[in-house]
Design a protein. Structure first.
Length: 273
């Protein structure tokens, strides 16, 4: 039988696994499912429809499954789905989708640190880390094994590619490609440490590094994609992933830091009226 603290409030239609643990003063709402081995810590509120996977740890004082922060009615049939073995720390808020029958999704083995926020209709992959106070606006997608540093903000509809890293205190208004390192408002390089930790072989890492050299050399995403496709490494799967990312999306691609610095330096010393 589930371990439910006597001060917790559980809706009759909530479904709790036999070995789920619900801490003091928690509120588990209608159409909430909590998987096996999951621990919900004190003062956490989970609204439905929400499905929490197995062996997760939620809270304390987290708020999951609430209506999206959106001017308009949120359908009762929209979802929040959290995968297995995901950690959601204190004060985190995760919102349901605002679309009928669709879901905000958090993958498996994610680590969402204190006071982070994931807005409605976000799609967060597996093994993603969101550090303290990261804010994902609505409809953001984050690829597997991406890392977003503390106090960073991601604009609505932006994409963060697989194995990308976003530094702390950053604001991403455009897409960040796979394997990128985003700091100081632009693409600095590729995520060398993350690629090695992910087990990418030397050939793939060299190809990714060469692809980012092309990105640093071209002012448009289309120009960079064309140059990468014309290179010797165009057949490498990771490079193909970068090219496909550059050619898709609606918000545009974050610019290279190197190109931004060149533009700034070209105006340095100009006469002013």
């Amino acid at each position: 039988m589930s371990q439910i603290h006597p001060t917790a409030v559980i809706h009759p239609r909530a479904e709790l696994a036999d070995d789920a643990v619900i801490g003091p003063f928690c509120v588990i709402g209608d159409r909430v499912t909590v998987g096996g081995g999951t621990i919900v810590e004190s003062h956490t509120v989970i609204c439905g429809p929400t499905r929490i996977g197995a062996r997760c740890r939620i809270g304390p004082m987290a708020a999951l499954g609430g209506d999206g922060q959106f001017r308009g009615a949120v359908p009762e049939s929209s979802w929040l789905i959290v995968g297995d073995e995901t950690i959601v720390r204190e004060g985190v808020s995760l919102h349901r989708s605002i679309k009928e029958g669709e879901a905000t999704r958090i993958g498996n083995r994610c680590y969402i640190m204190a006071t982070a926020h994931v807005g409605h209709d976000c799609q967060v992959g597996d093994d993603v880390t969101l550090a303290n106070a990261v804010l994902l606006a609505g409809h953001v997608s984050v690829g597997d094994r991406a890392f977003i540093g503390g106090l960073s903000w991601i604009h609505q509809f932006c994409r963060i590619g697989r194995l990308a890293i976003v530094g702390g205190f950053e604001v991403a208004r455009k897409d960040v490609p796979p394997f990128a390192a985003y700091v100081h408002g632009g693409l600095k390089a590729y995520n060398a440490i993350g690629c090695r930790r992910a087990g990418m072989d030397a050939k793939a890492i060299r190809a990714v590094r060469a692809a980012y050299q092309q990105i640093h050399s071209h002012r448009s995403a289309r120009g960079a994609a064309d140059a990468i496709e014309a290179s010797d490494s165009s057949g490498v799967a990771e490079v193909r992933e970068i090219v496909d990312f550059l050619r898709s999306g609606k918000r545009g691609i974050t610019a290279s830091c190197r190109l931004a610095r060149r533009a700034d330096s070209s105006h340095a010393g100009e006469a002013t009226d």
